[in-house]
Design a protein around this ligand. Structure first.
Ligand SMILES: *Cc1c(COP(=O)(O)O)cnc(C)c1O
Length: 377
């Protein structure tokens, strides 16, 4: 059977986890958390990142840091994971769903301005499939209207927009290290704080609203309650897994890109004959091989393809059920007609299996199966 996703774990991850256990510091901010920060600095030039318990809580921290209030509006794509929206719903802000571009399936930046009102406080954009959204254009609109941009870069660790790393180009970048993402720690995430002025408050919010970090640094001898916050820091045992993954950064990246490229090459003819549309990558982007999506001509064909692949023991998966027309979206008063491209693509996009340890033969087998099934339908 070809699984949909699987994390790549070696003896190095085992070694670091055992070492973390033996260190006696099982809670957060130990040796391996520091190691991860050094790795992100060296690799991506990121000076300020805080590890969190998930990509979800990284987004929640960003929502606290920009002081969202009841009644504020946030512009966000509907074609995303529930966490992107829950992060600010929890603060009382209201989602204003924006439709997506047909090529990248990222937020359609040409529609953003028409959704801005005096209540707009932020734009939450998503780098779907590890392909960056048009960050320059989005930042330009945000600057013009004085609103924040939060980048949900959960899928885009290592991807680049115009040569610069995703997560570093807006007020806050949010990464996920969930087991289904490129670089994993089981459950975990990170918030990149690109503007130094938020760093002190971010550390306090992450530590249950206290200045405990300053005790660890030896700056004060007792810590106290300063702000709202929660327990957003992950165990150092989990950080040890991520430290090992980051040491294997190039290996994991290259393996994923190989699978991605195999799909892209074999499916070319299938695209030419109009059976599907392949994953699109704009000129401004260098991607991290996070996902390979195909767009089918109809929902019916997609359903048949999923079933036929399953018969060959290949697990494929639909992407998102659009949020604006999901039960919670309707409960919030959204109209299913609000985002027509999202509605349409939600029914026709299919994700093929992709993980680092997939062999070339497996990737070829999957791509060939897709071609054959569509050809004979
Ligand atoms: C995975 C993901 C998240 C959530 O990350 P977790 O670490 O699972 O909490 C948020 N947004 C997007 C776009 C994701 O793909």
């Amino acid at each position: 059977m070809i699984r949909f996703t699987k994390s790549s774990v070696t003896e190095l991850e085992e070694k670091y986890v055992l070492d973390a256990l033996k260190n006696g510091s099982l809670s957060g901010d130990g040796k391996y958390t520091s190691k991860v920060y050094e790795q992100f600095k060296e690799r991506f030039g990121i000076d300020r990142m805080l590890l969190t318990t998930s990509g979800t809580t990284a987004l929640e921290m960003a929502s606290i840091l920009i002081d969202l209030q009841e009644g504020d509006e946030v512009i966000v794509p509907s074609f995303t994971f529930s966490s992107t929206v829950n992060a600010f719903l929890l603060r009382g802000a209201k989602p204003i769903f924006c439709d997506i571009r047909k090529d990248t399936m990222n937020i359609d930046e040409t529609l953003i301005e028409s959704l801005i009102t005096p209540r707009t406080k932020a734009i939450y954009c998503v780098d779907y499939a590890g392909i960056p959204c048009d960050l320059d254009r989005i930042n330009e609109i945000a600057n013009k209207h004085g609103v924040f941009v939060i980048e949900d870069a959960a899928q885009a660790v290592g991807s680049k927009y115009k040569g610069k790393y995703c997560g570093t180009l807006t007020e806050f970048g949010c990464f996920s290290f969930h087991e289904t993402k490129n670089y994993v720690m089981g459950e975990g995430g990170g918030i990149v704080i690109n503007n130094e002025k938020y760093m002190e408050r971010a550390e306090i919010i992450r530590e249950k609203g206290t200045n405990r970090r300053n005790v660890l640094r030896g700056l004060v001898d007792k810590y106290t309650w300063h702000d709202i916050g929660s327990s957003f820091l992950p165990s150092d045992v989990l950080a040890a897994i991520l430290a090992a993954q980051m040491e294997r950064y190039d290996e994991i990246m290259n393996k994923r890109l190989n699978v991605w490229n195999t799909y892209h090459t074999i499916l070319e003819d299938c695209e030419k004959s109009g059976k599907l549309i392949r994953q699109f990558v704009p000129d401004y982007a260098e991607h991290n091989g996070h996902m390979y999506n195909i767009i089918l001509p109809s929902e019916e064909i997609r359903a048949k393809l999923i079933a036929a692949l399953k018969e060959k023991e290949i697990i494929s998966y639909i992407c998102y059920v659009p949020l604006h027309s999901a039960p919670m979206g309707l409960h919030l008063g959204c109209d299913p007609k609000d985002c027509p491209v999202t509605e349409d693509y939600g029914k026709r996009v299919l994700r093929l299996p992709l993980y680092a340890d997939m062999t070339a033969e497996q990737a070829e087998f999957v791509a060939q199966a897709v071609c054959d099934i569509l050809e004979n339908m």
